[in-house]
Ligand binder design. Structure first.
Ligand SMILES: C[S@@+](CC[C@H](N)C(=O)[O-])C[C@H]1O[C@@H](n2cnc3c(N)ncnc32)[C@H](O)[C@@H]1O
Length: 589
């Protein structure tokens, strides 16, 4: 298997819901004090257990607070605590209001993604527009700088340039991700800057490392290397190719005298790769619109203290090299602060599989651990019972009886082979192995429905991707008509058809149908992911644009006024949500 830089956390892919306060006594201070955070009520038995544990076992390095944590404690409304099976996590030290900044952090290192290397300044991470305003390094012909950074950045780039050149080739030989190797090189140079104070290798922010300026934390190299990795859990094939890539990178670094006096080994490079694998965050501003989202990857040790939740209460966005995390709702003191690492409109099994494969942990968030039979998750993969008068939701028994995630390991996700389905209404169980002896009133079994819907949607999406919008619209509408009433209305196989259908309507000038479909999307998002998210703001913005279009082409002035009002309301919603998520109540430009 090719080693891949797993998807960095998706900027803005989140939504949220009310979270109950954290479980009592389940967390302890990351400083090893054994105290609970303010607001985390501790019961006596767990306190006693903790004391016992403290005596018998000293804290591992990955439980300790990061070196710069003390500044975070002064600046931001959370403390780092330890949670069993999760590690360090951020817990609110006071009530936090929706829209409040909970972390503002400069990256320790970042690199533009190779596919976007010409779109982003390799020094300040600004959006390079128009591309004619950029300057390419004549040495590596890879790094690109904006006008403002050119002079200073080219100087700092010297060492990176010497080793960066062969990285694409190394990645091909070792069959590993070139962006991963570039991040490893950036970490080597950061180590060099921190050890030697060599200005040539340090970025402009290096003098601020381990400090706070203007409300922004500047973490140090030591903060970065204190982050947790999952090198014990990654597949051997990934390790093998990364080892080979690191070996070749190390040889280049030796040739360029980049690692002289640095006391680094190939194993250190492998550890850097594992650290990047677990902790990298996608970067890219949402402020200016849709462009420049997820165009770079960086390491932000304090943003990394926030765990993942499939029902998060915070979201993050970056501006240049600074990442901001904001609360997306009011968060009571003592509640864990969480962001989302993945797309959340996915069935539980898909989300957990994705986190297990790319991030190597089994998600134990509130949404993934609440009983499936009571969770909105059942609708995302559910069918409607075909028994007359029942109308219950039919789901896979493997989803229904999934093991308790807190005690299971990621491997257990791969062990389910139960393929029977059960109706929550009439309790009827349908098993494909016995299907020859069973009948459903409609003659369609849930597994057949899902397979047919998946094929039909796949075919429509193929046409849509070729931008044959008229044809794609017909296919998408047929798909929705065929499976409405058979699949649950929130089923992903229906939901996934809506955004392309809306885009087809817009592309073919049908703003009336486009706005109707957009409302369906917003309703589904609200039911599955209640709360605010940048994704939701984008749909409100689209809705506003479509209503404006309708207002411009309305037959009467009364209708024009009506649609204009609808547009204003939609834009107002988009502004409100962006105000919470980005701190700027403005519309994308
Ligand atoms: C970016 S780090 C978070 C900080 C980390 N806990 C530490 O101590 O360095 C991500 C890691 O935290 C743990 N984690 C985060 N969210 C989790 C969740 N929802 N369920 C289980 N483990 C989680 C996993 O081990 C994951 O690899």
């Amino acid at each position: 298997m090719a080693s891949e830089l797993p998807d960095a956390v998706n900027v803005g892919a989140l939504s949220l819901d009310e979270r109950p306060p954290p479980q009592n006594g389940s967390e302890s201070h990351a400083d090893g004090s054994g105290e609970t955070a303010p607001g985390v009520v501790e019961d006596k038995s767990s306190a006693a257990k903790k004391k016992k544990k403290k005596k018998s076992k000293s804290k591992s390095s990955s439980d300790k607070p990061l070196p710069t944590q003390k500044f975070v404690d002064q600046l931001f409304p959370w403390r780092a605590l330890n949670k069993p099976n999760v590690g360090r996590c951020a817990v609110a030290s006071r009530d936090i209001k929706a829209g409040e900044i909970v972390v503002a952090e400069h990256c320790v290192i970042f690199i533009p993604r190779s596919r976007d290397r010409a779109e982003v300044c390799h020094s300040c991470c600004c959006d390079i527009a128009p591309p004619a305003q950029s300057f390419e390094c004549p040495g590596c012909r890879y790094a690109v700088y904006c006008k403002a950074c050119k002079k200073e950045a080219m100087e700092e780039h010297k060492l990176f340039c010497q080793v960066s050149n062969p990285i694409s080739g190394i990645a091909k030989i070792a069959d590993c991700d070139e962006d991963l190797l570039r991040l490893v090189l950036a970490l080597i140079l950061k180590r060099r800057a921190s050890k030697t104070g060599d200005k040539e290798t340090s970025d402009p922010g290096a003098s601020k490392d381990g400090t706070v300026q203007d409300g922004i934390i500047y973490p140090s190299y030591e903060d970065a290397i204190a982050l947790k990795t999952h090198s014990d859990k990654v597949p051997t094939s990934w390790k093998d190719s990364v080892r080979k890539g690191c070996q070749l990178l190390f040889e280049e670094a030796v040739k360029a005298k980049v690692v002289d006096d640095l006391d680094v080994t190939v194993e250190d490079l492998e550890n850097f790769a594992a650290l990047v694998n677990t902790n990298s965050h996608g970067m890219g501003a949402h402020g200016s619109g849709y462009r420049n989202a997820d165009v770079a990857v960086g390491i932000f040790p304090f943003v990394s203290m926030l765990s993942h939740s499939c029902r998060p209460n915070c979201c993050f966005s970056s501006e240049g090299r600074v990442m901001y995390v904001r609360a997306t709702r009011d968060v009571p003191k003592g509640t864990e602060l969480c962001i989302s690492y993945i797309n959340l409109y996915e069935p539980r099994s898909t989300r957990r599989m994705q986190l297990a494969v790319t991030k190597h942990f089994l998600c134990s968030c509130e949404r993934c651990t609440e009983p499936f039979a009571l969770s909105v998750d059942r609708f995302l993969e559910g069918c409607i019972c075909a028994v007359r008068g029942c109308g219950g939701v039919v789901v896979k028994t493997s989803s229904l009886y999934e093991q308790d995630s807190k005690s299971a390991s990621p491997d257990s996700l791969f062990q389910f082979n139960t393929t029977s389905w059960k109706c929550e209404g009439c309790s009827r169980v349908l098993d494909p192995k016995l299907s020859a002896y069973l009948t459903t009133e409609s003659g369609e079994y849930p597994w057949q429905l899902v397979a047919a819907a998946s094929d039909k949607l796949g075919a429509a999406m193929g046409v849509y991707r070729e931008r044959r919008f008229k044809e794609a619209r017909v296919l998408l509408e047929q798909h929705i008509a065929q499976f409405t009433g058979k699949l649950h209305p929130l089923n992903l196989l229906l939901f996934d058809a809506l955004t392309p259908l809306m885009n087809c309507c817009r592309a073919t000038g049908d703003a009336a149908e486009g706005s109707r479909v957009c409302r369906l999307i917003l309703n589904a998002l609200e039911k599955v992911l209640p709360g605010v998210s940048l994704e939701q703001a984008s749909f409100y913005f689209c809705l506003g644009e479509m209503y404006l279009q309708r207002s411009e082409s309305a037959g009467t002035s009364v209708m024009a006024k009506h649609f204009k009002k609808q547009a204003q309301e939609a834009f107002q919603q988009a502004r409100r949500i962006r105000g919470v998520c980005l701190g700027k109540a403005t519309l994308p430009s």
